[in-house]
Ligand binder design. Structure first.
Ligand SMILES: [Fe+2]
Length: 588
């Protein structure tokens, strides 16, 4: 198996050579921050997990969705809101004229309100939306887990009530979308905070969505992570990732216990403006198998999967969404993944999902997991038969940790850690306008907004090698709708051809990390072939001397970006050799 195609190479298989984990223990011992924050850096216990228990049917949940005008949090004396959707994760009910609903529940169900347009749910001091009730009468069977699960919730309350608050929601709004912050230790978290929060808090977004791998296996990092993210100043929704799991769970049903305790259900939905967000857990856990020699549970036995109940939930919800509105499905593992070498890192039920969405022409899905940028436009060949032949866009966004914070350090002591597609560490800002229009802008961390591509060509080119010298452009979030062209010294435009390539700068940085692993955070993982690369050869007729190349890229949504580079054409091969020896002094 080619490990370069595995999205989570640092930490999911049985290998002993896990540099991030070694670094974790090394750093955990030395970090006074851990003691200062009271953070327990947990080492695994050797206990075995308990088997799952049977599911008693607990009957019917009921309650009221109300306008909490007096901000008491209590429904008494306040107006119920009719027509609000409430779900148990499968069925979807609409509140009656008094704001009341009823839903069947089982042990393990979550009952949640689907935030309607114009209202918000309760949001706690960590900027986490609290829109749900978890029903686990005796708690989750986490005795053998490394991290605490859900406390016993006891019998169903007589009434499960959801307060809502008025919220101004114009047709046009922005959303921050990021995936895989995935800190394995406190230094990772500190890097994350330094790189993201200063710019996150300046973003005029309505909320943020994190597409899973919120942390990297160490679930006690949820607390400091949430405290850091709260500083951004807007609410955060989270999807569940394969590094958010209770790896000692005996089965899939309990693999998200700690995540749910912290964030709530792994399947839920909410509406903002004219856009309906559906968040789904598409990581299926095959179950604990054994402890590894290093004392950690084995953790690679998962795969991308949407369960039948989830598809029913989507169907039940989508039936109630007007066709002119937009639907955005958010998951961790991609729906489709051309780099998936072993069938685990995509979602086989994607065609079924698209069939359900087919009544709606304005659909989009978002994922993480790969730590690279990928775009797919899908129609009938994937089962999406929308009115007017509309296409479904699947966007897979790279990670703020890039290649898991590995490789050489930058001038601030933070790993460059680009994604394996050569994209810099980053996230995306989505702008929605009504139901039909949207725009995605990739944002590289700590770079200007117009840093959208990297142009590569040699600085010195021998004249007799001109027409075999490639100009390579990595348009970080480019798609098949993107176009790239270049011109030399204001000459004729030359079109670059899109293709699947490795990123040249990533290869160079990887080589550096392999030559000097101790100078940074170990070695970068192998590169990944992605299709947001364009190439063309230089014209063969250029004169000896300095030249400028201007590259113009048109993005998926029609944005235009320009970059310029200079290069020198030489006749004497010794000039080239001279440069390659590390000096730029002209020969005289
Ligand atoms: Fe990840």
């Amino acid at each position: 198996m080619n490990r370069s195609h595995l999205p989570d190479t640092p930490a999911e298989d049985d290998g002993q050579a896990d540099s991030s984990r070694r670094a974790f223990f090394k750093q955990a011992g030395a970090l006074s921050l851990a003691a200062m924050s009271g953070l327990a850096l947990t080492r695994p216990a050797a206990a075995m997990p308990r088997a799952a228990r049977p599911l008693p049917n607990d009957g019917l949940a009921s309650g009221i969705v109300f306008h909490d005008a007096n901000r008491s949090g209590r429904a008494r004396g306040q107006a119920g809101i009719p027509g609000v959707l409430v779900s148990n994760g499968v069925d979807v009910a609409s509140t009656d004229e008094r704001g009341r609903y009823e839903l069947p529940v089982q042990d393990g169900s979550a009952v949640f309100v689907i935030k309607p347009r114009g209202y918000r749910t309760r949001i706690d001091s960590l900027n986490l939306p609290r829109f749900y009730y978890l029903h686990h009468p005796t708690g989750t069977p986490d005795d053998g887990f490394l991290y605490r699960g859900i406390e016993p919730t006891g019998s169903l309350p007589e009434s499960i009530d959801f307060p809502l608050y008025e919220n101004r929601e114009p047709d046009e709004f922005d959303v921050l979308v990021t995936a895989d912050p995935q800190p394995y230790n406190l230094p990772h978290l500190q890097w994350y905070a330094r790189e993201t929060i200063p710019e996150f808090k300046r973003l005029p977004v309505a909320f943020g969505i994190v597409l899973g791998d919120v942390v990297g296996d160490h679930l006690d990092l949820y607390d400091p992570y949430n405290r850091i993210n709260a500083l951004a100043g807007f609410p955060w929704y989270h999807a569940f990732g394969n590094h958010d799991m209770n790896f000692m769970a005996a089965d899939d049903r309990h693999a998200s216990s700690t995540f749910q305790r912290v964030f709530g259900p792994t399947d839920y939905a909410f509406t903002h403006g004219q856009v309906h967000f559906i968040v789904l857990n598409n990581v299926f856990w095959e179950g604990f198998t054994r402890m590894r020699a290093d004392g950690w549970p084995r953790r690679g036995q998962y795969r991308g999967h949407l369960r039948p109940t989830q598809l029913r939930f989507v169907k039940n919800l989508v039936e109630r969404i007007p066709a002119e509105d937009r639907i955005v499905v958010c998951t961790h593992i991609p729906m489709i993944n051309r780099g998936d070498s072993d069938g685990k890192h995509a979602t086989p039920e994607f065609p079924e999902l698209l069939a359900i969405l087919s009544g709606h022409p304005h659909t989009l899905s978002l994922s993480g997991h790969t730590h690279v940028n990928l775009n797919y436009l899908l129609g009938e060949q994937m089962g999406y038969r929308a009115p007017g032949g509309a296409l479904h866009h699947h966007f897979n966004v790279t990670a703020p940790c890039g290649s898991w914070y590995r490789g050489p350090l930058d001038h601030e002591g933070i790993p460059y850690s680009p994604g394996r597609d050569g994209s810099p560490k980053g996230y995306a800002v989505l702008r929605f306008r009504g139901g039909s229009d949207y725009h995605i802008r990739f944002k590289a961390l700590r770079q200007s907004e117009d840093y959208q591509m990297q142009v590569y060509l040699p600085e010195l080119v021998r004249r007799d090698a001109l027409d075999s010298t490639q100009v390579h452009v990595n348009l970080f979030a480019g798609s098949t709708r993107s176009r790239v062209r270049m011109r030399i010294d204001s000459g004729e435009w030359i079109r670059l051809e899109q293709g699947e390539h490795h990123d040249p700068a990533y290869l160079a940085l990887q080589a550096r990390s392999q030559a000097h692993p101790d100078a940074g955070e170990g070695e970068l993982p192998n590169p990944m072939l992605t299709d947001h690369h364009w190439r063309a050869k230089l014209p063969g007729h250029l004169a000896v001397g300095w030249h400028a190349v201007e590259v113009e890229a048109t993005g998926h949504f029609g944005d235009i970006w320009r970059e310029r580079r200079t290069f020198t054409v030489v006749t004497d091969p010794a000039d080239v050799e001279h440069l390659n020896q590390g000096t730029r002094t002209p020969r005289g």
